[in-house]
Design a protein. Sequence first.
Length: 277
Amino acid sequence: MLHPIPRAPLVPLADGHAVPQLGYGLYKVPADDAARLAGEAIAAGYRHLDTAAFYANERGTGEAVRAAEVPRDELFVTSKVWKDDNGYDETLHAFDATMRRLALERLDLYLIHWPVPSTDRYVETWRALVRLRDEGRVRSIGVSNFHAHHLERIIGETGVMPVVNQVELHPRLPQTELRAFHEARGIRTEAWSPLARGRLLDDPVLAGLAAAHGRSPAQIVLRWHVQLGNIVIPKASSPERIRENLDVFDFDLGPADLAAIAALATGERTGRDPDDD
Ligand code: NDP
């Protein structure tokens, strides 16, 4: 029997739109490989691509979307305004440049990549995103790498809630408090470096769970994200891994499995603390 192509479920956002729960992340995908690998992801069944101005591969990402034999409405594309462009006018210009590189009519989600508290421009940046959304140039707006206090500030000063906060999140850094903060406000949690950049995958607990379920350690971690309700965007460089990472919607981790993964939390980050910029 042919194995059916896996498909991530759609997760509703507070603004009425919806996002496929598992997407393909393009950080460190070289510009010359982006169109091919994003195309592999779409062919494998992914319907969500996560890029950023900083990744320098928006051109290839847009090319894959335009070349796909999938209607544009079924694909969800995210990009982000980089730290150096925080500020109102700077963000409007950065958005135009992103759309020129993507060469798409519409962007599905635009995020503030980092708050950069030292420059204190993230509230103005947020106001620019609200304008872009109100003008219909982007469907949904959100943030990335925001602590609860950064979220409180933009919500307090503008009254507009981001639909997503994309943060570092994996079994070593489960972000339990921030997830509860999001949940109370209808903000979706999106996990970046969901595999802790691959560093987690030789953990013996995960190897044991992988053997018990007949899956790979990466699939165990991605299934954990799905069961937590996270949106998750693993990156991989081979068609085999790209396919493997999406194939997590036909098994379940039990309560004891989830507890064993919860015990891996150390609070260790692979990236920067957002307050250190
Ligand atoms: P991930 O946690 O997704 O890990 C990627 C690493 O894991 C790569 O080295 C990859 O190897 C390896 N890997 C992937 N799948 C498998 C598998 N099935 N088996 C074994 N190894 C595997 O890290 P990223 O940092 O890339 O995060 C994912 C995405 O999150 C990014 O691409 C980006 O879109 C987003 N992100 C956002 C940030 C933000 O500030 N908003 C910051 C960082 C990431 P290989 O490539 O060799 O296949």
